[in-house]
Structure formats: structure tokens, C-alpha cells
Design a protein around this ligand. Sequence first.
Ligand code: DGT
Ligand code: CA
Ligand code: CA
Ligand code: ZN
Length: 596
Amino acid sequence: MTTNAELAARFEEFADLLEADDVEYKPRAYRRAAENVRAHPIPIADQVRAGNEAAIEEIEGVGDAIGSKIVEYVETGEIEELEALREELPVDMADLTRVEGVGPKTVGTLYRELGVSTLDELEAAAEAGEIREVKGFGPKTEENILDNVEFARTVGQRQLLGEARPLADDVLAYLGSVDAVDRVEVAGSIRRWRETIGDVDVLAATEDAEAVVDALRSWSSVDDEIESGPAKASVRVGEVRVDLRVVVPEEFGSALQYFTGSRDHNVRLRNYAIERGMKLNEYGAFDLGDLETEADADEAASGTDHVAGGQRAGERVAGETEEGMYEALGLSWIPPELREDRGEIAAAEADELPDLVAIEDIRGDLHTHTEWSDGNNTIDEMVAAAEDRGYDYYCIADHAEGPGVVADMGLSDTEILEQVEAIREVDAAADIEVLAGIEANIDADGEIGLSDEAIEALDLIVASPHSALSQGPEEATERLIRAIENPAVDIAGHPSGRLLNEREGLAIDAAALGEAAAASDTALEVNGNPRRLDLWGSAVQAAIDEGATIAINTDAHRPATLEFVRWGVHTARRGWAEPGDVLNAWAFEDVRAFLH
Ligand code: DGT
Ligand code: CA
Ligand code: CA
Ligand code: ZN
């Protein structure tokens, strides 16, 4: 099945190849189309198959030319023009552009000048000092490439949570509808809501393993079968690997606990069990009683697979439910987001697990965009979407001009004042509270560059880093703290500036940021855009430990991406956040009082 994400990826590649060829304007049109295709709520391939071409051209940014390429791709699996471009520039574009500072234009130049087509060749050319000799390049570019090539190598195999989770939901819905399936749940990193996912693990309980394995293998969304056995199957859907394991209902809870991981959580939990004369594994929780021997304990601790018989020794006290597994150890059930061995077992033992924030707790979004900067919609349209979500309040925070913001896209001080007026008008007519905000840019020194007049007129200032994203840890932390301590700043937006699988971002010290944020009543953002998730779990936990408040924002550029709150909430949960820690889970008057 051709997914929207796959179509979008083809158009992004198209844009890259055109850009590498120095073609103007067209790349932007393809990128825009890619973005809209990716965000389209229903599978475009289905519409092609239904012959509904009018619906395709209704997608924003998709006209005749791109529309017919969509049809061509869905029908033939290829786009002829794209194939021609690929032949002209036979490079590993996706790999190469993953190196920070290397864009499609650079790839084009380096291919033409030096014949560089792979990461290895890029690294070799940089090591040999050839890149600095190319016109327009210098020693600094070459050094940057050498610094970043390793990171580019290690990423790229992992999927973003925001891409893998919707697929996991589909798998769950599909297997849930299969008669032979008794229970089904995701496990592994996807159940822990990690920001990137190696593969989607799925666990099903049934008395008829064969029927369930066959059901997955014959699912219409499956592109490839990787392997299968009597009680498991691995398939590929789009770019995602799905691993299904099938167990009997009596062992569903223990298997779910085991396969949810993380590995570190499981090791600590098993040791905890051993200290209490128990053994845990995927088949259950066993009271060893007199059976306990050192060999048993070693075996249980090692986590390697053994014959099932030995694994089932002892009196079985739990295994049907996951709650029962934890209960057998005297612990309350630990939410999967916490299972990273960051103190959750001790907290469960002391009955001090956090009461985690949930999506229903979120009452507003405090960092969103409109067409006034680089968003797609009007203020009215975005506010209407916020009302539809049932929010109590909503803040427009378009880009101010400044370092890292594309020229002409950011608002000048005068334009900010104009937009504040426009927002006030929308607010007067809206059922919810609409705040006039801005996303200011934290420059390399930590300054935000807004006029006093603009600061005075605005309700809320998000300050985010968009440039100088390769500073060292100390410089970066000082820079962010400077912005956090600025009395005008209310929220530090996507504090590290990282882009998952694309750039590492600033190596900030989250505890130090949290301390500064707590002292100056500035919130730290958990940006819910699935490419960012910035801050992330461990950083949120460190900041909250210092008393910081966080804000879970979507950074939405269109109504559909207000949905990113889902990724933001689960990321905050990975950071142990409770509703009281989350600014936009508060009542409006409390938010108002928090703002400077
Ligand atoms: P991923 O797929 O790389 O995003 O990360 P996970 O955590 O989903 O890892 P995966 O898919 O290799 O395995 C799923 C879970 O199963 C993992 O979190 C812990 C558990 N698990 C799998 N194999 C082993 C093993 O050999 N030893 C232990 N202790 N746990 C295992
Ligand atoms: Ca996995
Ligand atoms: Ca797996
Ligand atoms: Zn930003």
C-alpha cells in the first residue's frame, strides 16, 4: 500500500534533486506539496484507486502536474521524471543530506566537482582536504562535515514515533477485529512512546496461534513478509518493521511485561524479584520457595532464553495480567513511559509513582503559527480549530524576524503590533481566550531582539533557538539560561533545536535550565512536533526535579497538526510530568498569572 508518507518522501526527494540541479522555485512547490500530502487525513492512494482525481487536486499545493505524478506513482510504483533525475545525480541523497550543514545544493556541487555520491566518499573527500578546495567551500565546512558524518551514519534506520504509532494503531485495530484474537497490545519502544522506534512490537493472546499469524501475513497493508514461525511473524509495512508474537492468554501479562522493556527496566525488576525469592520471565512470575538455588538466580538475571520447562519452575503466582506481575512483587503497575530505569521501581516500591499528565488535562496550546509567518492558515481558522478541540485558551506565536528565520517570513516589530491588533479582534469574537504571542529567536548570545513596544503589547513570548545550533554544551547552556532569565520571556521553545534523525541540536544541561526556569518563572517547552520532541523524557524529568514548569505545545502550522499534542503529552509522561507541572494543563487565570 502506498502511504501518504511514502508519497511525501518521493516529492521531497524530487525537491532535493531539483535543488541540487540549481532549479529555482520548483523545489519549494514540491516541498509544499510533500508537506500537505503527508498531513492529508486520508490515504491518497485509496482515492487514486477509486478514480477520484478531483479529490487529489483539492489537496493544497497539488495541481495538475503533481496530481498526475501521484497517480503515476500509485499505479506504477515509479515517477518517470524522478527516475530521470536520479539517473542524472546518482547519489545517496537521503544519507548525505542527513549530515548537518550538507543540503541538496552541496550534494549537487560535490558530486559534480569531486564525484562524491555516498557518506563514505564524503568522509574520504573531507579527510583528504579536497572539499576546502571546491569553490564556495572552506576549511570550516570541511571540519563540520567530519564532525557530523558519524551522527548521520548512526541515525536514519529508526522511525519517528509520529510515523510509527499511527501504523501501530492500525495494526491493533486490524488484529483486534480478528476472531481468534483474545487480546492484543503493542509492546517494546512504541508502547513506551520512545521518540524513535526500531520496530513495532505487537503481542497477541490466542488459543489459535496459526490463525493469528496468518491474519497478519494476509493483512492488506503488508508490503513484505520478513519471516514467520508457528507463533510469530515479522512483516514490513511501508518502511516499518512489525514484529508479532503470539502467546496463550494465561501468559499474556508476563509476555507483555517482558516485551515492553526497556531492557534496563527488566533487568532491575528481575533483580528486585530475585531479592524477594521470586523469578520473573515472559512466562510468568514464580515463587521459588525452597527451589531457590544460585543457578536459578543466575539464570533469571541473565535474561537469555532457555527451554521453557526450566523457566516455568517454581509456583506460578502471576502472568495473566501485567498488573498481576507487578502486584506479585508488591508494586503498583508502572506506566510504560516510565520503564527506562530512571527510578520508577523505587518510586513504585515507596508508592510514590507520579500521577502522570494525560491528554484530557491539556486546556490550550501556547505555541502555534499562522500565515502571518510560515503557517498555512489564518488566525481565525487556527482559533476555530482550537475551539473544536475544546480548548479554553490558545496562543498564536508566529515567528519574529531574526537569526535562523528565513528572510521575509518573520514579523518585524511593526508587523508584530499589527498582528496583535488582528489577534485582539479574533479574541473578541471567539468563545475561547486567544493570546497574542510571538516566537522570538534566541541569538548566539542569548538575546531575543524584540522592541520594548512589541514586548509591552504581547501577552506571551516564546523564545527559541533557530541558529548557531552547533555551540558546545557550556556555551549553549549559558545562552539558553540567559534567554530563560530574560524577564520578557515566558516559554523557552524547543530548547535544544534538535531535529530527530537530522541534527543533534544543542547539548544543553537540562537540570541547569530547569533550575533557571524555576527561579525566573519561565516554562520549558516540550515541543510535540514528532520531528522535534524537544525537550524529551530524561530532560523533562531533570528539569521538573529542579522545580521547573513545562509547556506542552504543538508548534502547529495548520489545524491538523494541533494533533501533535499527543506526542507532546506522552513525551512529558516519559519525563514524569504531572498536570501541576504543565502550564497548559492549568486554568486560564493561573496561566495569565504566570505570564510576565
Ligand atoms: P527498538 O525496537 O529498538 O525501538 O527498542 P525496543 O525496546 O522495542 O527493543 P526490541 O524491539 O529489541 O525488543 C522489545 C523489548 O523486548 C525490549 O524492550 C525488551 C525485551 N527484550 C527483547 N529481547 C530481549 C532480551 O534478549 N533480553 C531482555 N532482557 N529483554 C529483551
Ligand atoms: Ca521494538
Ligand atoms: Ca522487536
Ligand atoms: Zn521554532
